[in-house]
Design a binder for this molecule. Structure first.
Ligand code: NAD
Length: 514
């Protein structure tokens, strides 16, 4: 009989982590109209742990009809239910409580996220805290002053109020499952909208757990709906529905385009947070160790599956011979493994299909003549056979026209470009259809600011990479998206602006003589 290896002590049992997610006949249910429901046709989907290929859960696979049911519930909750007229202070109270629930269950949640997404526990622990703080930030913002008043030619008083848009369809990716749900739900609910959230079909588990507290805290029925299923079915139904007033999407640029097309029927409001190919620029006068450290963090955090990843490293020629080898040496030492293993620094790629896509880019880099300076292979051994692991990969001697330089890879693959001077750095940095993020490393403060101001990107960093704050707007220039999330910008994106004019001298105008 084959020897069965015991589970390592750090590896949890999936059924234990799933025990708080409502299920029927072994299938996790969706949350629609305040009830836990199966798919209308009984369909379900298997979820696999990206670290070992194990089936960890079966979840309802929603249909177009399920999406319509969720939209109907959100519509009734907004237009007929109490939510449309709710007080900001009551919404804030609910959101504060939801944030507390996340904090109270942070360990359970981060383990569930690691099980489903694969990223190391230290990353999911950070994400859970961030998600709680996002709900807290918008809970606070709900009761702060919004709107304007004007001095207009008398006798009139004019003021502007912000009102919720209505039913918001929200479609999110798999790379930060709960955090992306928080970025969408928190501002929308704070502003008084109702929501139909569609998590990625690969990573719905933490959003379902979140819904258990939404239910427990008695958000009115239909205010939050979590509907699961395939993008082209459930996502498309949400984007196309005439009963949805706004669609907010985070995901790939190609999908963003199809969302925009689907949304055109009722001219619904659109927010898009899309892909990137962000430059991380290192000048010769940068602090060497800091630059090396953030070059690695910029691309290998979350195994490079980050929209704002510093996936193009632009290095000044004069230090390239010293800096690039230092980065390569450190990259080789990154400990790749199961996210539950306390030793792990970089987890797996989300799925076999995505792993193969990233490998396709690596092949294309080699074929186009770039030098594969490290990595490019799957992890060896049993872990590598069962899980979707790629080792940190770096290409040097690249050319701007190469596919690996132009396209978003969304994996642990760094491409190095070199530049002579500031002008060339800026030109190369902006030579992309994207404009999400970018970083600059230099000890020359004036140069740092000059370069940052020239970057055509929405999120930028000087002498750091990746920090993201709930207070500051998130979004991209060019084909990286439309609109902003987070901060007051993110709140405003979930509001309509209404001007109210009051005649203070109530008498006929006398415009017509008869
Ligand atoms: P994706 O575009 O494949 O999917 C995102 C979501 O859209 C999923 O829920 C999916 O089911 C849904 N979807 C797919 N096709 C659809 C359709 N035709 N109509 C409606 N919905 C549809 O992206 P992904 O692979 O899940 O995530 C990776 C992408 O997300 C990367 O390009 C990354 O850059 C981007 N991303 C951007 C940000 C940002 O803030 N700018 C953040 C995270 C991820």
């Amino acid at each position: 009989m084959a020897k069965v290896e015991p589970r390592p002590t750090w590896q949890p049992r999936p059924d234990e982590l799933l025990r708080n997610v409502p299920q029927k006949n072994g299938t996790c249910l969706m949350y629609v109209g305040g009830s836990w429901v199966e798919a209308s046709d009984g369909g379900r989907r298997e979820l696999r742990n990206p670290a070992n290929g194990e089936v960890i859960a079966r979840v309802a696979e929603g249909t177009a009809q399920d999406a319509e049911r969720a939209i109907q519930a959100a519509h009734e909750a907004f237009y007929e239910g109490p939510w449309g007229d709710s007080l900001a202070q009551d919404r804030a109270k609910l959101l504060f409580r939801l944030a507390d629930r996340i904090d109270e269950h942070a360990t359970e949640l981060s383990r569930l996220e690691t099980l489903n997404n694969g990223k190391p526990l230290r990353e999911t622990e950070f994400d859970m805290a961030d998600a709680a703080n996002c709900f807290r930030y918008y809970a606070g913002l709900a009761t702060k002053p919004h709107g304007q008043t004007f001095e207009v030619p008398a006798p009139s008083q004019t003021f502007v109020v912000r009102e919720p848009i209505g039913v918001c369809g929200q479609i999110i990716p798999w790379n930060y499952p709960l955090l992306m749900a928080a970025w969408k739900l928190a501002p929308a609910l704070a502003a008084g909208n109702t929501c139909v959230l569609k998590p990625s079909e690969l990573t719905p588990l933490t959003a379902l757990r979140l819904a258990t507290w939404i239910d427990e805290l008695e958000f009115p029925k239909g205010v939050v709906n979590i509907v699961l299923g395939a993008g082209p079915v459930v996502g498309h139904t949400i984007a196309a529905s005439h009963m949805v007033d706004k669609v907010a999407f985070t995901g790939g640029t190609k999908t963003g385009r199809s969302i925009m097309q689907a949304a055109v029927g009722n001219l619904k409001k659109i927010s898009l947070e899309l892909g990137g190919k962000s430059p991380n620029i290192i000048f010769a006068d940068a602090d060497f160790e800091t630059a090396v450290d953030y070059a690695l963090f910029g691309i290998f955090a979350n195994a490079g599956q980050v929209c704002s990843a510093g996936s193009r490293l632009l290095v000044q020629e004069s230090i390239a011979d010293r800096l690039v080898p230092a980065i390569i040496e450190r990259a080789k030492k990154i400990r790749v493994g199961d996210g539950f293993d306390p030793q792990t620094e970089m987890g797996p790629i989300i799925s076999r299909a995505h792993l193969e896509k990233v490998e396709g880019y690596i092949r294309s880099g080699v074929e186009e003549g770039a030098r594969l300076a490290c990595g490019g292979t799957r992890l060896s051994g049993e872990l590598g056979e069962r899980g979707n692991f790629l080792v940190p990969t770096i290409f040097t001697e690249t050319k701007p026209e190469m596919k690996i330089v132009r396209e978003e890879i969304f994996g642990p693959v760094l491409v190095v470009q070199t530049f002579k001077d500031e002008q060339e750095a800026v030109r190369l940095a902006n030579d992309t259809i994207y404009g999400l993020a970018g970083g600059v490393f230099t000890n020359d403060v004036a140069k740092a600011h000059r370069v940052i101001r020239k970057l055509r990107a929405g999120i930028t960093w000087i002498n750091t990479y990746h920090p993201t704050y709930n207070e500051a707007p998130w979004g991209g220039y060019k084909q990286s998206g439309m609109g902003r999330e987070l901060g007051t910008y993110g709140y405003e994106a979930y509001t309509e602006v209404k001007q109210i004019n009051v005649n203070l001298a109530v008498q006929p105008s006398g415009w017509f003589s008869a």
